[in-house]
Design a protein around this ligand. Structure first.
Ligand code: PAF
Length: 285
């Protein structure tokens, strides 16, 4: 596996790889875990070559967020990607991605509003901008993203549709189901911030979400079920809940009758200084 940090050699090598068949892109910010490797495996099953990217994108972090603390472990990540048979790693430095004079921002309204968009102003502009750049730099036939960041996936699909992107086109943006630890906690690079006690408390999140989903399928209102969820998180050790909401899976519009229409439960909650997010379909198990 070759690692590239500059665009010109990346482009000529990608042209050669493309001759072998479809090219899949797995964009990441590094600190790889089993969830990322599942994306790589899903990509390998669909393409002749997999390109991974690692870039801790400053534009998607707010002023008081964890940009400096975000785990960076390039050598370890390279070894993991190599072992999975990734053909090429694109790991630009910030100056290569946003050179002096850089002035363009992509903002996707609607799906970016609310949920994480409300708690993290500007976050999805940063995501849409860097993902559009990554798509243009790599020009993959398909790209894969984890469903744990469901709103992110909705933003990226909306952007691809609205900007008529062709590499990849919107139908080739693939969502891969969330990979979970044995106790149900969704895998995330931020789980590494949790102390041992916080890590065991964090398992309250998927448990309480399943409880709320069962309550809604049993006829409880969204308001009652989410209030029950917030109470369970608070008594389980979470310090605050940013949101617990039921939304349409595609438009992300609010849903009031989740037992009768497609719906997902979205939660973001903090445990100590760490913010965890998760989402689940509201459907019988
Ligand atoms: O999900 C992530 O890791 C990031 O938001 C992404 C898509 C790589 C963009 O920086």
């Amino acid at each position: 596996m070759q690692t590239f940090t500059r665009l010109d050699p990346l482009r000529s090598t990608l042209d050669a790889l493309r001759a072998d068949g479809p090219l899949a892109l797995v964009p990441t910010m590094g600190a790889l875990h089993e969830g990322h490797l599942t994306l790589v495996r899903a990509a390998k099953a669909r393409a002749a070559h997999v390109v991974a990217s690692i870039f801790v994108n400053p534009r998607q972090f707010g002023a008081n967020e964890d940009l400096d603390a975000y785990p960076r472990q390039l050598a370890r990540d390279q070894a993991l990607l190599e072992a999975e048979g990734v053909s090429l790693l694109w790991a630009p430095e910030a100056a290569a991605m946003y050179p002096a004079g850089y002035a363009t921002n992509i903002s996707v309204s609607g799906v970016s509003d609310g949920l994480c968009g409300a708690a993290r102003p500007g976050h999805f502009d940063g995501v849409a901008t860097v993902v559009c750049k990554l798509f243009n730099q790599v020009q993959p036939d398909l790209a894969l993203f984890g469903e744990k960041d469901w709103q992110q996936l909705a933003v990226i699909r909306r952007m691809a549709r609205d900007l008529d992107l062709t590499r990849p086109h919107v139908g080739a943006i693939v969502g891969v189901p969330t990979v979970r630890e044995a106790d149900g906690l969704a895998m995330s690079s931020r789980n590494a911030y949790l102390s041992a006690e916080q890590r065991s408390q964090a398992a309250t999140l998927p448990r309480a979400m399943k409880g709320a989903i069962a309550a809604m399928l049993d006829g409880r209102s969204v308001a009652e079920a989410t209030a029950q969820l917030v109470a369970a998180l608070t008594s389980g050790g979470f310090s605050s809940v940013d949101y617990a909401e039921v939304r349409d899976p595609d438009s992300l519009a609010a849903v009031t009758e989740p037992a009768c229409q497609p719906a997902r439960l979205f939660v973001a909650a903090r445990i100590g200084g760490t913010r965890l997010i998760d989402n689940m379909a509201i459907a019988p198990a």
